[in-house]
Design a protein around this ligand. Structure first.
Ligand SMILES: CCC1=C(C)/C(=C/C2=NC(=C\c3[nH]c(/C=C4\NC(=O)[C@H](C)[C@H]4CC)c(C)c3CCC(=O)O)/C(CCC(=O)O)=C2C)NC1=O
Length: 169
């Protein structure tokens, strides 16, 4: 698992360099957005269950075939598994957002996931939509808390969906 700072230090240490202007600039960006990242994590923590529930409702409202007989989220067990997956994505996206590095997503979430989904017939397209809905809900909540630039919220969610989409050839 990596974060923005350890990652940068590793890069510079490999070549034995002091932290130059580029390093200082990227560190500055990281620390300048630190308070906003922490505030966003606090908001997600206090609303996580409701974010997941709301995103699920919106997803199934837009894709009702998922919860009909033959749909992958049909039956209580699979419906619950789907929301549990959404909860994983939200929690790990929060970790990545705090670390300002997507490595935790690659290592703990995405590795082998596509194979699992394919073998269980879990559809990737609606999963991507569900992740994007959660992103939108989080961004609204963060903006409502007075944080003007919420672009840092996009990064981990977009990483998850990009990885899913790229592999879904
Ligand atoms: C922390 C990292 C991590 C992830 C990401 C993870 C995902 C994950 N989701 C699974 C199943 C599942 N995932 C879904 C999800 C969905 N079905 C839909 O139609 C929707 C589009 C979608 C919800 C958005 C469903 C329904 C299952 C159960 C499938 C089955 O057992 O038939 C499984 C198979 C084993 C199980 O049921 O627990 C895994 C491993 N597990 C992990 O440890």
């Amino acid at each position: 698992m990596r974060d923005a700072v350890t990652n940068l230090i590793k890069t510079y240490d490999t070549t034995g360099r002091y932290l130059d202007r580029n390093a200082i600039d990227s560190l500055k960006t990281y620390f300048d957005t630190g308070a906003a990242r922490i505030a966003a994590a606090g908001i997600i923590n206090s609303k996580a269950a409701s974010i997941v529930r709301q995103a699920g409702l919106r997803l199934f409202d837009e894709n009702p075939e998922l919860i009909r007989p033959g749909g992958n989220a049909y039956t209580t067990r699979r419906y619950a598994a789907c929301l549990r997956d959404m909860d994983y994505y939200l929690r790990y996206a929060t970790y990545a957002m705090i670390a300002a590095d997507n490595n935790v997503l690659d290592e703990r979430v995405l590795q082998g996931l596509r194979e699992t989904y394919n073998s269980l017939g879990v559809p990737i397209g609606p999963t991507v939509i569900g992740i994007q809905i959660m992103k939108d809900i989080v961004k609204e909540a963060v903006a409502a808390a007075g944080i003007a630039d919420t672009s840092f919220v996009d990064v981990p969610f977009d990483h998850l969906t990009r990885d899913f989409s790229e592999q879904d050839l």
